[in-house]
Design a protein around this ligand. Sequence first.
Ligand code: GLN
Length: 339
Amino acid sequence: MRKGWKQRAAAVAALLAGLALPLAGAHAQSVDYQAVVDRAHAKFKDNNEGANADYIPALDEVDPDLFAVVIVTRGGQVYAAGDADHRFSIQSVSKPFTAGLVMEDQGIDAIRDKIGVEPTGMPFNSIIAIEQDEARSRNPLVNAGAIAAVSMIKAKDARQRWQYIVDGYSEFAGEKLSLLEDVYVSEAETNYRNRAIAHLLYNYGRLYSEPLEATDVYTKQCSLGVSARQLGMMGATLANWGTNPATGRKVMRKEYVDELLAIMMMAGFYDEVGVWAYDAGLPAKTGVGGGIVAVVPGQMAIAAFSPRVNEAGNSIRAMLAIQHISEELNLSLFKSGKH
Ligand code: GLN
């Protein structure tokens, strides 16, 4: 009897809490996520600020008006608005996934010791950041650290190294992913700066395979095609602590996802990570292809895609859409009254 009373009291308390903070529990079943993504899409679809990244020629050819906003819940439900099935190059949004695969294979200290976990406060392809600190690569979410992460994969040649990545990413997505050949060719023809970064790291003993091979596989990794829907599912695997919600397959150990999300919080937006933490308050990763994925730990992933980027190489519409959803659903990890 006593138990029944307690349960009823708990239900009433939950109801009251729900009334006081209608959206505090974004996990509450009552939230209409489809309406949320539709609203975010409608609100920013006419924002034409920024421009396609053009230092990789193929990216400049992508239709700049494409725009998608997707939520994938920890349980695997997908809510999509806009061009959610258009495949774009994942670019730097790939970086946490390779870091995750390396952590899973080589243990939690591998990334911390061989790459580092400090934000640089500098652009993604900074060479000054490499020169400035003895960690050199600094963290796995800038180009230097990401090429180093690729070099850490145990493989006997480039083919095996690439296969490891494409198989691992497909596990995160819960379906087979493949390369966007035109983006790869275009980026491979123009990636001299990344080749320089790889050689510099090798010189300092902070790259762990042959530099041009590591750079080439990294370039392929960045040219992998994903849709916003697929990217959302990859993020939802992190939100679900390393197990893909659709396939039920464990890709990463739960305890390693914590560390990966910490790195994403600190370095996912390069030199804009401060304002991102301030405005959205979520671990996330951006890419110059126009994709962003944000993770609400234990709840959901929000993925967005639109090709026009700002000076830092971050998609303007995607950023605005995710920030808007974070505010609307009260998702920032730092919100007062939340914990
Ligand atoms: N492939 C791109 C590069 O190495 C990735 C950069 C990015 O998305 N920020 O320059």
